[in-house]
Design a protein around this ligand. Structure first.
Ligand code: GLA
Length: 382
């Protein structure tokens, strides 16, 4: 039987269970502010806090370190909660070992070839941290800083506002970039991310979120049985360093065709040069809707065993789908289990990788006086 979120809560009410044990409808009405607790300390003594939010049946825990989603709990079709996002239970592992678990990514999500680009006739050299390329903002990206975080309630919403200012020249990027990210949990249990940024010099920016999803629960095994649908007829093939070739290739007849629902594992072992380069799927989908004024639904992920379903809507033109290829059994996650290859997947809404060097891709340039804006909404049901 298919149940949606409201049915689960209504069922709980009928059974005499307080709504607060399942979700935040009660909180929303009461407008309870998100709470914070000490999560740990950095080597220099800086305190890292963990914020807890709950609304509409979704429970979210967020760190001031990297804006990391440390835990995201949603119910299955029987109302049973699981944390569906990979992470750690301690700050030390986030600092030393994390492959971007749950983190905010900036200034530039994904790769910039050789860490170089030219803007208005000036050449810039970025921090190189992925072979010869720059990945996810360089060696110390937005995921490796403490953000200023404030909790809020607004009508029936609860949320967090996160601020980070990246100084001119940080990781090689021009301009002081002021980033503001708002995480909102709505009364329906949707998790919405609103990104904003301004600069004082022309620069490039591409912010995203790097949650590793496993809708059966983190540490429960692989996501190859998850069903996925992506509203994209084209993707950007890459070279051996995972830099787009510039081509917008048709997904038709390739393992990258998710226009109709199929399991993540269905074609992941097909002998295909692109899959060899990525050690699986690590590619950008060119969303058919293009850049839109408002978020539009572009992908649905569903775990048939639990019924948990994630729908993603975005205003961005691209979706990086990464099938957890580099998880290699060397990390112990939140629940005490070892993470192995394919134990989670990432669906990163963003502009295309290496756009600063690809004249045919939508521009990622931000100029003084402009505001970068991007919104992604995650909706859950079971
Ligand atoms: C992104 C990249 C991948 C990998 C992961 C983190 O998804 O595209 O290649 O770097 O982040 O390991």
């Amino acid at each position: 039987m298919e149940l949606n979120r409201r049915t689960v809560i209504a069922g709980a009410a009928a059974a005499g269970i307080a709504a607060t044990t399942l979700g935040g409808t009660a909180h929303a009405a009461g407008g309870r502010k998100p709470a914070k607790e000490l999560f740990g300390k950095l080597a220099d003594g800086t305190k890292v806090y963990r914020w807890s939010l709950e609304n509409g049946g979704t429970r979210l825990k967020v760190l001031s370190w990297g804006g990391v989603v440390q835990s995201l709990e949603i119910p299955d079709r029987h109302g049973r909660y699981k944390n569906v996002s990979l992470g750690f239970d301690n700050i030390e592992d986030y600092v030393a070992k994390t492959p971007y678990f749950g983190a905010l990514i900036g200034r530039y999500g994904n790769r910039i070839a050789k860490g170089q680009f030219t803007l208005d006739g000036k050449s810039y050299q970025l921090s190189v941290n992925d072979g010869v390329n720059s990945l996810h903002g360089g060696a110390k990206g937005f995921d490796k800083h403490v953000w200023d975080v404030e909790g809020f309630t607004s009508g029936s919403d609860v949320g967090l506002v996160l601020h980070y200012t990246s100084v001119d020249g940080e990781m090689g990027y021009p301009g002081t970039l002021k980033a503001k990210v708002t995480y909102t949990l709505t009364r329906h249990g949707d998790w919405r991310i609103d990104y904003e940024a301004t600069t004082d010099k022309a620069t490039v920016v591409n912010l995203t979120s790097h949650v590793y999803w496993n809708l059966a629960g983190e540490g429960s095994g692989s996501i190859y049985d998850h069903e996925l649908k992506i509203a994209a007829s084209r993707y950007t093939p890459v070279d051996s360093g995972l830099i787009p070739t510039g081509e917008l290739a048709k997904v038709a007849g390739t393992p990258f065709d998710f226009r109709h629902t199929k399991t993540v594992g269905a074609d992941i072992r097909v002998a295909n040069q692109q899959l060899l380069y990525g050690k699986g799927i690590d590619h950008n989908w060119v969303l058919d809707k293009g850049i839109t004024a408002k978020p539009e639904h572009i992908a649905t992920l569903r775990d048939p065993s639990s019924g948990r379903t994630l729908k993603i809507a975005t205003d961005q033109p691209g979706l990086q789908f990464y099938s957890g290829n580099f998880l290699d059994g060397t990390l112990v996650g939140t629940g005490g289990h070892i993470y192995r290859q394919g134990d989670a997947l990432c669906l990163e809404t963003q502009h295309f990788p290496d756009s600063p060097n690809q004249p045919k891709f939508p521009s990622t340039v931000l100029r003084p006086g402009e505001t970068y804006r991007s919104t992604t909404v995650h909706s859950f049901s079971a």
